[in-house]
Design a protein around this ligand. Sequence first.
Ligand SMILES: Cc1cc2nc3c(=O)[nH]c(=O)nc-3n(C[C@H](O)[C@H](O)[C@H](O)COP(=O)(O)OP(=O)(O)OC[C@H]3O[C@@H](n4cnc5c(N)ncnc54)[C@H](O)[C@@H]3O)c2cc1C
Length: 299
Amino acid sequence: MSIVEIVEKYYLGTIKKNVFFKDITTLKVGGKIKYYFQPNSFESLKKFLRLKGEVSIFIIGNGSNILASDDEYDGVVIDLSKIPTSINHIDDFFYVTANCHVASVVNYAVNKGYSGLEFLATIPAQIGGAVYMNAGAYKGEISDAFYMCECLTKNGDTVYLSKEEMMFAYRNSVLHEKEYIIINIVFKLKKSKIFAMKKLIKRRKKRNKKEKPLEFPNAGSVFKNSESYSAWKLIDSAGLREYRVNDAGISEKHANFIINCGNARAIDVKILIDFIIEKVYEKHKIKLKVEWVFVNWSD
Ligand SMILES: Cc1cc2nc3c(=O)[nH]c(=O)nc-3n(C[C@H](O)[C@H](O)[C@H](O)COP(=O)(O)OP(=O)(O)OC[C@H]3O[C@@H](n4cnc5c(N)ncnc54)[C@H](O)[C@@H]3O)c2cc1C
């Protein structure tokens, strides 16, 4: 059975053939996707994984940390956003489906008077993507609040991972090596004052708007920081602020952001990234490491 037949025969969701990565990523670049699958439930996703055979799959969250190449992706991109979301809690344990937008999870927890996820309020992600990346800001990381998660393997088997098994590190988790799909997450939060949390979030959102080029398509910070340097300072002092490769440019507001000034292609962004790495190395003898996930690049 073909991929389309599997989805249609078992009513597993919708499958589209004319979707491009540039339509589904925040940077708005990237080529055509052979099959774009939106399952209607986690059960349907499981059935699909069991039946799909050897075809490659890529799971997309909110597409806010991805650089997909301009080439056609010869596989199935799976988008969980059409599956109904759920957020619940029993005391300080919070149970969320991986396809929830982080803002809904943060709002839910804060309104119930629980702290631990406020730092996520300025991150435009799905909570599953944030766990995969161990997203962080304001000295907090998602691993601080993470308790456990339920995943599906690429063959549809269920696996549970504890915090230790996730092997969280800076913008990293064990999922970068394993091809698991997170479907449910449990966080352990702490009681706190609702008013103080809301005030903090409001202040950070204001600061975020001022400091980051949110008016242009972007995919967040390009390079990892370290304890000994801030990537933006190295890029800035290498004289690269506002440098452009066609429509891909280094933001004037924040030198660790690459923005799409119009019709940038993925290759423009990739050339710009390689150029920054080279120039920063020449000036500071430091090799910057990219934070983004590269999808469908041959090297
Ligand atoms: C304006 C802006 C500001 C940002 N600020 C921050 C910040 O302050 N801190 C920070 O850490 N990041 C930041 N980011 C980057 C980005 O939002 C985070 O890395 C986020 O965690 C990515 O989530 P996503 O849902 O968009 O994942 P995607 O970009 O869609 O995917 C990223 C990776 O996660 C995997 N993935 C997604 N969902 C699942 C799932 N359910 N199961 C398994 N794997 C999955 C994908 O396969 C991919 O490998 C920012 C981005 C933007 C555009």
